[in-house]
Design a protein around this ligand. Structure first.
Ligand code: CA
Length: 519
């Protein structure tokens, strides 16, 4: 009984001590405590070439199909519990350049990464620098793709270049490490390992950067049979003849029909002639793949489709492997959110899902990216931030990859250097879009390579896209309201003469403002 009587006394003493402390600290102490609590953890999941069309939460070409087939249930849940940006864009639709803009808050000409495998200009600020200074623990795991540049996070393990889907090597501060298994699952496992061993007294920021679903789309074995008997809806523009465009669209090499490889892209091969990185699989893993896809290859070899029938077959098989790769990414998102829940920190953690640019899923007959056109310039961007982003929000403000570094810094209460090209979109997340927010976005692509997309400059606002292929002096103008699939440039139409003048002036204004002299 004595003990039973003493417990309330102890409790009473605790309450009195807490009250005395609160009175002594006054409002200042309370504010400091609130400020500390308000510094959220940040989980940034960045994928490679994941199109907006293939996320269920969006209202895009394949969204309903993706919801029906449960392609992205965990990513969709982030959007339901947070919000998504319907006007999120890159400034140069290619892997390394977009990643460099995300890290530096600068367009390509200013950060030095205009093409693949180029390092960030030495000495440039990247957002992990400010987060570390602000007391965050930081980690970068997965695809980095910044040539000789290395992350400035406390902890990092990066894939060399594009990395491999199977048994990938990673580079860390101590050199190269071999890992066994499937890249997407390894990146998720390594991210969870780091989260478990972190200092739980400090906030954290982790960049979980997947290789998937980059070409050549090698799925995890658990999804080999998934979607096998499903028909993926075709785009209306699968057989676009580019009659409404200038010469670059006619001369490109990214058509599913003519340029997608049966061997390395679609894995149709004879005997033991394993294509590309499938050679990295063990004999048992190759046997498992053959058991799933061998009958399909035999059927293809027997039927030998040609013409439009072949394009349609390639589209189906490409899309299924692409979606299978995404499914494993979605599993990873689910596991990380599950961990946050189990630790009781989901409510104080911002989870961002984005891809380095968009991708063609057969629209205009294409795969790949690069163009200023809609499918490639759009970046999926979803943000779950409990208590800040109203669940189910759909933000219409035009955001760009140059805004991420400033946004993450503001979330962390960290320093944002002067002179960056982007702007924090934290006010938008809070539901308060600034009156002077941008109304057009700047675009500059530089890298003609195997896909033969020539360099071009451009500007896009909420109604029009203007593109300038400056090597040939060709221009295109699209009215996105009347022609959302961009089938006919209206450049020569007299009705658009005034609009053309306005758009050209806007392009020159942006080029001057950003001091882009790289053309
Ligand atoms: Ca990419």
């Amino acid at each position: 009984m004595k003990n039973a009587v003493r417990i309330p006394d102890a409790l009473l003493r605790s309450v009195l001590v807490a009250l005395a402390l609160a009175l002594a600290l006054g409002p200042l102490g309370a504010n400091a405590a609130a400020a500390k609590a308000a510094r959220p953890n940040i989980v940034f999941v960045l994928t490679d070439d994941h199109s907006l069309q293939t996320i269920g939460a969006y209202d895009s070409r394949l969204s309903a199909f993706c919801r029906e087939q449960k392609v992205t249930p965990n990513i969709d849940r982030l959007a339901a519990r947070g919000g998504l940006f319907v006007n999120s864009f890159c400034g140069n639709s290619l892997c390394s350049p977009s990643r460099a803009s995300i890290l530096t808050g600068l367009h390509s000409h200013a950060n030095g990464v205009m093409n693949l495998d180029e390092p960030i200009r030495p000495g440039l600020w990247t957002y992990p620098d400010s987060l570390r200074e602000a007391g965050y623990q930081t980690a970068m795991i997965g695809k980095w793709h910044m040539a000789g540049s290395r992350p400035t996070t406390d902890h990092w393990r990066i894939l060399p270049g594009q990395g491999d889907y199977w048994h990938p090597e990673f580079i860390g501060p101590g050199g190269r490490e071999k890992h066994a298994g499937y890249a997407t699952d390894i990146i998720t496992d390594m991210s969870l390992d780091w989260l478990r061993q972190r200092d739980k007294a400090r906030p954290f920021m982790i960049m979980v950067q997947h290789k998937a679903p980059h070409r050549n789309w090698i799925p995890a074995p658990r999804y080999y049979h998934w979607l096998a008997d499903v028909h993926v809806p075709e785009p209306a523009t699968l057989f676009d003849d580019y009659a409404g465009r200038t010469s670059p669209a006619h001369n490109q090499k990214m058509e599913i029909g003519r340029h997608m490889s049966l061997a390395s892209d679609l894995k149709v091969f004879q005997g033991t002639n394993w294509p590309g990185e499938m050679k990295r699989m063990s004999a048992a893993e190759q046997a498992e793949w053959l058991a799933a896809f061998g009958p399909r290859n035999a059927r293809f070899t027997n039927s030998q489709p040609t013409g439009k029938e072949l394009t349609r077959w390639k589209y189906q098989e490409y899309m299924k492997d692409y979606l299978r790769c995404i499914k494993a990414v979605d599993d990873g998102v689910g596991r990380i959110v599950g961990y946050l829940k189990s630790e009781g920190i989901e409510d104080n953690t911002v989870v961002i899902y984005a891809s380095d640019q968009g991708f063609y899923n057969g629209e205009h007959g294409w795969f790949d990216k690069r163009w200023i056109y809609e499918e490639s310039i759009h970046m999926p961007l979803i943000v779950q931030w409990p208590g800040v982003v109203k669940p189910g929000s759909r933000f219409k403000a035009m955001v760009q990859n140059i805004d991420y570094a400033e946004t993450f810094s503001e979330m962390a209460g960290a320093t944002i250097p002067a002179g960056l090209h982007g702007r924090s979109f934290v006010p938008i997340l809070r539901g308060q879009t600034p009156a002077d927010w941008r109304r057009s976005i700047y675009y500059h692509y530089y890298a003609p390579d195997s896909h033969d997309v020539p360099p071009h400059l451009g500007v896009r606002n909420d109604r029009y896209t203007l593109a300038n292929f400056y090597e040939t002096g060709e221009w295109e103008l699209y009215d996105l309201k009347k022609d959302p699939q961009q089938m006919h440039s209206v450049l020569g139409d007299p009705k658009y003469a005034k609009t053309l003048g306005i758009m050209k002036a806007e392009l020159m204004r942006l080029k001057t403002d950003f001091r882009d002299e790289s053309q």
